[in-house]
Design a protein around this ligand. Structure first.
Ligand code: COA
Length: 274
């Protein structure tokens, strides 16, 4: 049974807590996925080591069931309660995003939350950092095969000011060598629509978004990802009816006009030395 304190820790809205309390999912599937999660906590599972259930709400029930396990893991590593809570509170945020996107209770991004529940990603101030090895299929300039790097992720939680970003990187420089001394980290990577060259060239150069993106040196080839720009700007996956979306901000107008002009938004890749 998840307690009121735990729901608060996980950042659930009242609506999502009420629906979570009524969760009625396949118990066997929950038990199995919870066992999988427990088995891989702290092992930096590779793709394929963990099979997320088809039903996102089975994942949600398993996350709730294994909250004590991931909290214990954090404590054993000497991770502060503040960082542990901030990291796991992404669950509440993702439920809220899912509700805003689809208009109902759900956890569309349940695969994303498995990363938090295996102890691989940490929220340090404004940014989240995912500790992983450079994949052979997508080498990062200046890093060796299998080298550990931190992938940067940007939750939707207010402005991305340069001061907050500096503070997050400062925290990361202190956190990773202390908590994961065996995984030496010298480089941060980013794969995101936020560094689509078109966005960097067409938003004001002094905006938070462009100043953030310019920190990273591009590498590799961008890949088409029209859905990302629409999803992260409007919290929708509907690419067919663009007239429904607001055009109040420069970003909203830029995202829509590019598509209307036949363009395609992309996910681009960048790195920076810590
Ligand atoms: C990344 C993010 C935090 C940037 O926010 P920010 O610091 O407020 O951005 P900026 O100040 O540089 O904004 C530049 C312009 O874009 C607008 N803008 C930025 N993010 C916006 C959003 N999500 N929706 C609508 N407009 C947005 C701003 O209002 C501003 O336009 P204006 O001058 O007409 O007001 C924000 O876009 C966000 O939360 N995105 C979702 C998360 C995400 O994309 N993560 C990366 C996943 S790979």
């Amino acid at each position: 049974m998840t307690t009121a304190d735990e729901y608060r820790l996980l950042g659930f809205t009242d609506a999502d807590r009420e629906d979570a309390e009524k969760l009625d999912v396949d118990r066997q599937a929950v038990t199995e996925f919870a066992a999988q999660l427990r088995r891989v906590i702290g092992t930096f599972p590779a793709e394929g080591d963990l099979t997320a259930p088809d039903d996102p709400l089975v994942s949600l029930a398993a996350f709730l069931e294994t909250l004590p396990d991931i909290r214990r893991y954090h404590r054993e590593l000497g991770i502060s309660d503040e960082v542990s809570r901030a990291t796991l509170a992404d669950l509440g945020k993702q439920l809220d995003v899912s509700r805003r996107t689809n208009g109902e209770f759900g956890l569309e991004t349940h695969w994303w939350m498995t990363i938090h529940w295996t102890g691989t990603i940490y929220a340090l101030g404004r940014l989240q950092f995912l500790l992983h090895q450079v994949p052979d299929s997508h080498p990062v300039p200046g890093t060796g095969p299998g080298e550990w790097v931190i992938g940067v992720h940007i939750p939707e939680s207010g402005p991305l000011t340069p001061e907050l970003v500096d503070d997050s990187f400062d925290r990361a420089r202190e956190f990773f060598p202390r908590v994961f001394p065996e995984q030496t980290v010298k480089t941060a990577t980013l794969g995101s629509w936020l560094i689509d060259p078109y966005l960097l060239d067409n938003l004001p150069q002094d905006s938070n978004m462009v100043r953030f993106g310019r920190r990273f040196t591009p590498y590799g080839e961008p890949v088409d990802s029209q859905d990302s720009a629409i999803f992260f700007t409007f919290r929708s996956h509907d690419l067919t009816n663009l007239a429904q979306y607001p055009r109040e901000t420069r970003l909203q107008r830029l995202v829509l006009e590019r598509i209307e002009n036949g363009g395609t938004w992309q996910t681009a890749f960048g790195y920076l030395r810590l």
